[in-house]
Design a protein around this ligand. Structure first.
Ligand SMILES: [Fe+2]
Length: 150
């Protein structure tokens, strides 16, 4: 995991800085993460999980990526454990500046509820991630700046 300001990449954001805006990061031991993962799930109340893969063979990948890159939030945490490949979570800091968080194999990240964010892949276009949920799997984005007409 590596995080920095999107507009000024030389400005590094530490794990502690992320924690200060309620983003949690767990480095996972990929040699045997089951117990570690189960502990996190038990402590934080994650009852469900599934796995998603995005790669160049994913139908309509670029359209999907456009949707993921729309700034949005959720009314629940977004928890992603990267099993392979890599991706970027962009999140807003307290001053509405984008922080880019590069996640790769072995990174588990928790974006809190109601925090604006977006997701992107790098040019390799590959990620395999586990999604964890407190309830039944769902992914309902609430896009920013999309106020209903009239
Ligand atoms: Fe999201």
């Amino acid at each position: 995991m590596r995080s920095y300001y999107y507009d000024t990449p030389e400005k590094i954001v530490s794990v502690e800085d992320l924690k200060a805006i309620n983003i949690l990061y767990f480095p996972m031991n990929m040699e045997g993460y089951v117990e570690q993962l189960n502990n996190i799930c038990e402590t934080r109340g994650y009852k469900n999980r599934d796995e998603v893969k995005l790669n160049k063979d994913t139908p309509n990948l670029e359209d999907k990526l456009k949707i993921f890159f729309e700034e949005h939030l959720h009314d629940d945490e977004e928890i992603r454990f990267i099993l392979d490949g890599c991706g970027f979570f962009d999140v807003r800091d307290g001053n509405d500046q984008w922080i880019r968080i590069r996640v790769e194999k072995g990174d588990l990240i928790i974006v809190p509820a109601n925090m604006y964010h977006r997701f992107a892949l790098d040019e390799n276009r590959y990620v395999h991630a586990m999604r964890l949920f407190t309830d039944a799997p769902k992914w309902v984005p609430i896009n920013r700046n999309k106020v209903a007409a009239n």
